[in-house]
Design a protein around this ligand. Sequence first.
Ligand SMILES: Cc1ncc(COP(=O)(O)O)c(C=O)c1O
Length: 376
Amino acid sequence: MLEPEKTYTDLNTSARILLGPGPSMAHPRVLRAMATPLVGHLDPQFLQVMTDVQELLRYAFQTHNHLTIPVSGTGSAGMEAALCNFLEPGDRALVAVMGYFGERLVEMAARYGAQVERIDAPWGQVFDPQEVIDVLKQQPYKLLALVHAETSTGAAQPGIAEIAAAAHAQGTLVVLDTVTSLGTMPVTIDEWDVDVAYSGSQKGLSCPPGLAPLTVNERARAALRARKTPVANWYLDLMAVENYWGETRTYHHTAPISMNFALREGLRMLAEEGLEARWARHRQNAEALWTGLEDLDLPLLVEPPYRLPALTTPRLAPGIEDLPVRKTLLNEYNIEIAGGFGPLAGKVWRIGLMGHSSRKENVVMLLGALREILNR
Ligand SMILES: Cc1ncc(COP(=O)(O)O)c(C=O)c1O
């Protein structure tokens, strides 16, 4: 008989102020919703929760897409679903890479057997939409994938509608990563005519990680039905998953019930606040943070028009030690921010103001704490 190695204490984690690239702070209302007693995943009451979540997600994404669901899993599961369903071995895919999550798209698309080509923008910069359009015109691609809000750099790709129109003219589907943009800045899927978009529950939606909102338009659904080979990922196969989330409600896998309670509450709060007010709040708090950081001699990596309201990347002045400052913030002030990675490792911090974390008091607290630490 194997015995437990010790007596384990009650969970006793600190009340952190989460100002990193995600997860952001879950709203107390979301946490309360998660404590709701379970019902079965085919209980009529849960089916109603599913319908509510789908309707609210359509609002969040600004879409009428019927196939709008929370994929079970984190943002990467959404990314995986967005690629594995629309790529078959040998398909040509183009990925516009301007940071780490673009790299992840390249890696995933290749694993599904696609012939992946990439274009790159330096980390911290964005593509001139025309640059992407010119490459799209060179040859037919099945799919173009790009990140709207690159959390590794703090940059927002402009011109999504323009890029999508050019892609469609070539018969190319557009997959857009909105993990950090959904619920923090304008994301208008129907207006932009994006075919497939995915996100995560743990950033702008003020929920814990665990669900990946996904929306798929009719053009992409037709491509799905025209596949010659089965989707290589059983769990994320949308033709099966959509039966559970569609009319028949046929069992596919057991939905994470409590996470759907959470998402419903996070989305209900988004609807109460209203998208435009939500975007304005994120913008306002980000601007206060930007001014405060510049006052502390921490210039920002990204040019103003392309800055994400949800994620700011101040450059570390010479002499500032990345890790010791972040450790002090965490240990003495209970505030979490993150460092850069890849080419930005040791060069920037990544400060998130997303969802319930995007509040004036958090901006003031962080700037005050940084001022104290840097003046020591
Ligand atoms: C832009 C972007 N895409 C994808 C992901 C992956 O999401 P997850 O870590 O929830 O799997 C993240 C996570 O930070 C992200 O910021």
